[in-house]
Write a protein of this length. Structure first.
Length: 408
């Protein structure tokens, strides 16, 4: 299988772009320089999960929407949470616009802990209906859809009922009650009517919130080791619940996270993919705002350098070495480069990032939180899609992203 990137469409966009001619020429050169049409992916093991990941091409996150929470200590906050972080209420036209603009996959982050209505962790039916409506809109557009548990990792410990989960032995019992019961309900609602285009992701960035190693797993840290053991067990128990629901869920693709959604923690020998009754139905889930100094850190750096390329090469090589080459495909559930008013450099990063991920059969999902304005003092300026106008904030950038994601 060859990966090729036709750039005729990109150059057409460049010609009519409102940016300067000099900038147009720079971006055209960088895009052409970073594309190698001879790259071959025939070395990647072929299985059901890898075929689906190939076909997913490029994804987009409905960020800061169904994952939003008004008050993490308040239960059953209702449908008002959807707009509580500043994003508009999702419409069918928004989803249709994404599909029309070339997005093949949508990741829908969802918080559940603030929508339970009783001591049995029952999810508010109104909330389930809303989630289902948005999922169905995407399925109607023939998109792949990822749903998960997002922002259900409690900020405080020890856990109390309804606070979600926390990856530590002290909180394991309550965490498993919550996770298993939530996924039991998700597996009931999303089963027979949904084929392989619907994918489950067990947790989002499970981590020791508030701990000094919240974002950097350290094998020598005893609490980190305990946390990894818990994450492994949570993944296994939830997967067992999903499979036990039968129907299409007996073989549905499931994304498995390590601590913090980090590739580094996934590289650890302490991380284990769960045992599965289905064959070739698991996907490693990681997030990559990489290198941090360029992609998220502020002020950080605004230039995409040769060192940054080397860092990306390392991560994609290691992901292939430990997972892809062993028959476990990878989805980067969140990725992006924060807007530091450096369009050309971000274009370089995206072209390089996506091309090199696709070499190894990896699909990436843009994190979009709606914040598109540039800043060198605030991080996480990850707005790409204007949900009101149903068009891209940076059409040239998206043209490059979409072309680089295609497998020919």
């Amino acid at each position: 299988m060859k990966i090729k990137y036709p750039f005729i469409a990109i150059f057409a966009v460049l010609l009519f772009s409102c940016i300067s001619i000099e900038k147009q020429e720079n971006i055209a050169i960088l895009a052409k320089d970073f594309i190698d049409e001879s790259l071959d992916t025939d070395f990647i093991p072929k299985n059901k999960a890898q075929e689906v990941v190939y076909n997913m091409e490029i994804g987009w996150n409905l960020g800061n929407t169904l994952d939003a929470t008004l008050n993490t200590n308040q239960l059953n906050e209702g449908l008002k949470t959807e707009i509580s972080w500043g994003q508009p209420r999702t419409t069918q036209e928004m989803i249709q616009g994404l599909a029309k603009n070339g997005i093949k996959t949508i990741r829908i982050p969802i918080s559940w802990h603030n929508h339970i209505i009783d001591q049995n962790y029952t999810i508010d039916e109104e909330w389930f209906d809303r989630v289902k409506t948005i999922v169905d809109w995407a399925i109607e557009e023939n998109m792949y859809v990822i749903i998960n548990t997002h922002h259900d990792n409690s900020e405080t410990t020890p856990l109390v009922y309804g606070a979600g989960y926390y990856p530590s032995s002290e909180n394991k019992e309550e965490s498993l009650k919550f996770l298993c019961r939530i996924w039991e309900q998700i597996s009931t609602v999303f089963n027979y009517d949904y084929d392989e285009r619907l994918i489950f992701e067990i947790m989002n960035e499970p981590r020791l919130r508030g701990h000094e190693h919240e974002w950097n797993f350290v094998e020598k840290c005893e609490l980190c080791k305990d946390s990894m053991k818990c994450v492994n067990e949570y993944n296994q128990k939830v997967l067992d619940v999903i499979r036990a629901s039968g129907g299409n869920n007996a073989t549905r693709l499931v994304m498995i996270p390590s601590i913090g959604g980090s590739p580094d923690s996934a590289f650890s020998d302490l991380f284990e993919m769960p045992k599965d009754s289905a064959e070739n139905a698991l996907i490693l889930s990681v997030h990559m705002y990489t290198p941090y100094e360029f992609a998220m850190g502020v002020p950080g750096g605004e230039k995409f350098t040769s060192l940054h390329k080397q860092v990306l090469n390392y991560y994609f090589f290691r992901l292939n070495q430990k997972f892809v080459s062993k028959g476990i495909p990878v989805v980067i559930g969140e990725m992006g480069a924060t807007n530091k008013n450096n369009l050309e450099e971000r274009a370089k990063w995206f072209a390089y990032f996506i091309q090199h991920s696709r070499i190894y059969g990896v699909t990436s999902c843009l994190w979009d939180n709606g914040n598109s304005e540039p800043s060198t003092t605030q991080s996480e300026k990850y707005g790409y899609y204007n949900r009101i106008e149903k068009e891209w904030y940076f059409p040239l950038l998206m043209e490059i992203i979409l072309e680089c994601s295609k497998v020919k």
